[in-house]
Design a protein around this ligand. Sequence first.
Ligand code: MF3
Ligand code: CO
Ligand code: CO
Length: 246
Amino acid sequence: MLRAGQVAAGILDAIAPHVQPGVTTGELDRIIEEKVHQAGAKSATIGYKGYQHASCISLNHVVCHGIPGDKKLKDGDILNIDVTVIVDGWFGDTSRMYAAGALPRKAARLVDITHDALMLGIEAVKPGNTFGDIGHAIQTFVEGHRMSVVRDFCGHGLGRVFHAPPNVLHYGRPGTGPVLEEGMFFTIEPMVNLGRPETKVLADDWTAVTRDKSLSAQFEHSVGVTATGCEIFTLSPAGRFHPTYG
Ligand code: MF3
Ligand code: CO
Ligand code: CO
């Protein structure tokens, strides 16, 4: 899991310098696909339920599952890039936020809160806690900053498969849901909107957008429960998980 996670995270590091105004999301995806192969890994998303790309690239009000294409990035755009690879049969799934050019102030706040929400959720990962504790940590923090947590998509178990039970909700009540046990692997991947939480899926059957067109952000790590807490498999090898780090 660590090797798969590090391959995925290394690819997200390597794509960062390419995220610039004028580049298309399709070009970014082609670079990602090449890097997946250079790493000796397989893309988990190409061929998954008919999806044809090595990444999801979700711009501005796109919540998740944005399809790479001919759209050119503009100065001030924010985007999530989500990469899942398979290494020796194990899945590594991670996403983070990027900015094309200068990061606008409101977008920077959203990105910061979303990042911190993920890390607070991860802090709740230890044996004996429940999935509800993770969701509660994320939800209370996000809503305390007057932003909203998307309900329509969630994290998931993973390992030798891409999406396994349980659903990892990014909202919830303390002490509810399944109990965390050493050896469980799953993702935490909160999507946070500046406006309302509702989403809709476009006619392409993939792209999920905010109904109110407000900006949306997401960060995702793959983690494993250890005896005393958790191990993050998808930490950035270059230490640049957050857009303002690098
Ligand atoms: N990587 C996404 C997740 O976090 C799933 C993408 S499936 C795809 O679960 F087919 F849209 F690529
Ligand atoms: Co995921
Ligand atoms: Co993902």
